[in-house]
Design a binder for this molecule. Structure first.
Ligand code: ACM
Ligand code: ZN
Length: 696
């Protein structure tokens, strides 16, 4: 609170463009319904409040929050007050948890809710209205509001780069303002162990100050042709100024985060990763490696009882510490290669009658789930936990697009949608050449806002799919490329506003133009409060060339491609007359070639005079995508005998370090029907991404 509403008056001076009276349409997330009436009420510092309740539990915490809130309200001496909160469980029967009714009349403000959560959200709506009004004049209105989904979350990766307790508290203030109610903290991974536990003090001692070679290399600019090293933990990375990189939350820090969140009706969901993403654990406990002397990996041995003992004692302490129902155990991206080679893992598979390595993963998840359930908690995992079968009570976070969510719903698992295609905030949010380095491109506010989980599931799986187990949505901010707190906030806001609206506001109520305008205003306001949002006023948008049709040399142009002499596959998107946009993951515009000699064959339909040939490639070190340096165009009249064309190789523009789209090609003076482009995507693990091939 103290962080978010520091200088209420400053912003009142700044926003002279807002109307004198603020109406509920300024609120993010959009309220369920409202009606306006005549007049207004002026809320000022010194306005009084009174809480009338038959449910005293939670009253003290709410009153404390209210009294400290920058609205400057003071407790009324009697029952008469400017803002009257009526809280009892007879209110708003049949409405979802967190519902409230807020009435503003020229005489005063009344709030009704079944519990303090609803009253808290009414207060957030009031604060947003107050912030949008220069002199505190709030339009007379009645708001009826309730959340669409019970789970409205953000995930913070505090491992890849550590972010302090104070930083987390600051974000909790804003989450509360947005009526978000779950903060998932990704606390362990290859690059660090960020939670102090009495049962495993060695983990922060040996695993909280270090980093990953891979991410360091990304951040310093990947060299051309760089191939990824095994994800590994490097102890004690020392910077030029002598500081050692890292950090962790003490138990006291964790308790403070939990309490601060609870006062804002936010539950912390802790994540302890297993069985993969564990390079740091293997660094501290090398005995947890699989046996057999094979490749170094980040997956723990599934045949080693010591591994289960370790995770059980860790989870027990974590469950004691965090009051929420959910414990997240990761479960994603666990390579199974070592398990198949390891005698102990093979023994486990034989003893448990497990048919393959996926069933071994399932065995781990089920065993850990039983342990968690025994303690009265519930397991959440990334969608890989579906592999090999999942027990009924587990909740799935669907991150690889929508597929995992659909499969989970079919199996009647609770689901939280967090698709990388819409909700990965480590992706850049504007034209990549003007943005800081990002882990992927391109996820602007409009795309994030456009996502509706139910709509997307139904359009992929058919209208008959049962969405009753869809708990809600969550955006994830992975921090591989994000060191600075300001950069972290920049990636979060205003995109988190869009997630809040999707999680809370009624289905089918979206209006991007209206949302963008209020998001720009709220972003401006949070900037006043010391946050660092992306500036929507400078948004460049998608690649302008992508929307402009190219001249067509032929209406019957066709393309196919083949890999190292393999079968030809359709590649018509490469000659569809449109360049790709910044979203290089859009399979309708870009094609990926990995590790292979590629040949693209183009048939113009008849012999043509050709004056220009060119092909677009992406150069994007973060994704290990490089422009091939051995491209060759050749031409043929009969499709049998090809003559190479002399066109220049790609030249990378100076000054665009992290991302660029390069054209390979140039003017020619040729006649032919068949054109061939060959290239090599590069060494192992390096890839090429090709877009439009332009011929005229
Ligand atoms: C994930 O992005 N591996 C959950
Ligand atoms: Zn093993």
């Amino acid at each position: 609170m103290k962080r978010l509403f520091l200088v209420l008056t400053t912003m009142l001076l700044v926003h002279n463009q807002v109307p004198a009276q603020s109406a509920p349409d300024c609120i993010i997330p959009k309220v369920e319904s409202y009606s306006l009436s005549k007049g207004c009420f002026t809320l000022q510092p010194g306005s009084t409040f009174y809480i009338k309740t038959k449910t005293p539990e939670g009253a003290a915490a709410f009153e404390e929050y209210l009294a400290a809130c920058p609205l400057g309200l003071v407790k009324a001496p009697g029952k008469k007050a400017d803002v009257l909160f009526t809280i009892d469980d007879k209110q708003l029967k049949g409405k979802s948890q967190g519902a409230y009714q807020l009435s503003i009349t020229p005489k005063g403000i009344t709030v009704k809710a079944a519990g303090f959560e609803g009253a808290f959200y009414a207060l957030q709506s009031l604060m947003q209205m107050r912030n949008a009004s220069p002199d505190g004049a709030l339009a007379a209105c009645r708001i009826d509001d309730s959340p669409r989904f019970p789970y409205r979350g953000l995930m913070f990766d505090v491992v890849r780069h550590f972010h302090s307790k104070d930083f987390i508290l600051k974000q909790l203030d804003l989450m509360a303002l947005l009526k978000m109610n779950r903060l998932h903290m990704h606390l362990t991974d290859n690059e660090g162990w960020r939670i102090q536990l009495d049962c495993a003090p060695e983990m922060v001692k040996g695993g909280a100050f270090g980093s990953s070679k891979f991410f360091n290399t990304i951040l310093s600019g990947l060299p051309r042709g760089f191939t990824r090293e095994p994800a590994g933990y490097v102890s004690g990375t020392v910077y030029d100024d002598g500081t050692v990189y890292g950090g962790y939350y003490s138990k006291k820090d964790i308790q403070e985060i939990i309490d601060y969140a609870a006062a804002r009706h936010i539950v912390i969901v802790p994540e302890i990763e297993l069985p993969g993403h564990n390079a740091v654990l293997l660094h501290v406990h090398p005995e947890f490696y699989c046996q057999g002397g094979h490749k170094v990996d980040n997956v723990v041995c599934a045949g080693n009882e010591g591994v289960f003992d370790f995770f059980e004692k860790v989870l027990e302490e974590v469950m004691d510490l965090f009051p929420g129902t959910y414990i997240h155990i990761g479960g994603d991206e666990a390579s199974k290669a070592n398990w198949l080679l390891c005698p102990r893992c093979r023994e486990r598979m034989a003893a448990e009658g497990l048919g393959d390595e996926f069933q071994l993963q399932s065995y781990i998840i089920r065993r850990i789930e039983a342990f968690i359930n025994k303690h009265g908690k519930r397991l959440i995992g990334w969608d890989e936990i579906l592999e090999g079968g999942l027990s009924e009570g587990a909740t799935v976070m669907s991150w690889r697009g929508t597929k995992g969510g659909i499969e989970s719903l079919r199996q009647h698992h609770d689901v939280i949608m967090t698709p990388n295609t819409y909700y990965y905030f480590d992706y850049g949010q504007d034209a990549p050449y003007k943005e800081p380095i990002a882990f992927n491109a391109y996820l602007p506010l409009k795309t994030v806002y456009g996502y509706d989980p139910e709509e997307e599931i139904r359009s992929s799986a058919g209208p008959g799919v049962d969405c009753s187990h869809l708990l809600g949505v969550q955006a994830n901010l992975w921090s591989e490329c994000i060191i600075e707190d300001g950069h972290y906030e920049y990636m979060l806001y205003p995109r988190a506003f869009a997630v809040a609206e999707t999680g809370w506001s009624p289905a089918g109520s979206k209006d991007y133009a209206a949302f963008r305008a209020k998001a720009a205003r709220l972003a401006e306001w949070i900037k006043e409060q010391g946050y660092h949002p992306f500036d929507l006023a400078t948004e460049a948008g998608d690649r302008p060339e992508a929307g402009i049709p190219l001249p067509r040399i032929s209406d019957s142009i066709k393309a196919s491609w083949s890999i190292a002499g393999g079968a030809a596959e359709d590649a018509s998107i490469l000659v569809d007359g449109f360049r790709g946009g910044w979203n290089i993951n859009d399979a309708r515009a870009w094609k990926e070639a990995r590790n292979k000699e590629m040949v693209v064959d183009i048939d113009l339909g008849s012999v043509k005079d050709i004056h220009y040939v060119g092909a677009e490639f992406v150069d994007y070190g973060t994704r290990r995508m490089f422009v091939p340096q051995d491209t060759e165009f050749s031409i043929s009249e009969d499709g049998k005998v090809y003559t190479p064309l002399k066109v220049p190789q790609a030249r990378l523009a100076a000054g665009r370090k992290h991302f660029q789209i390069c054209t390979v090609g140039g003017p020619v003076s040729e006649k032919g029907r068949y054109l061939r482009l060959s290239f090599n995507s590069g060494p192992d693990k390096v890839r090429a991404r090709i877009g439009e091939i332009m011929i005229n």
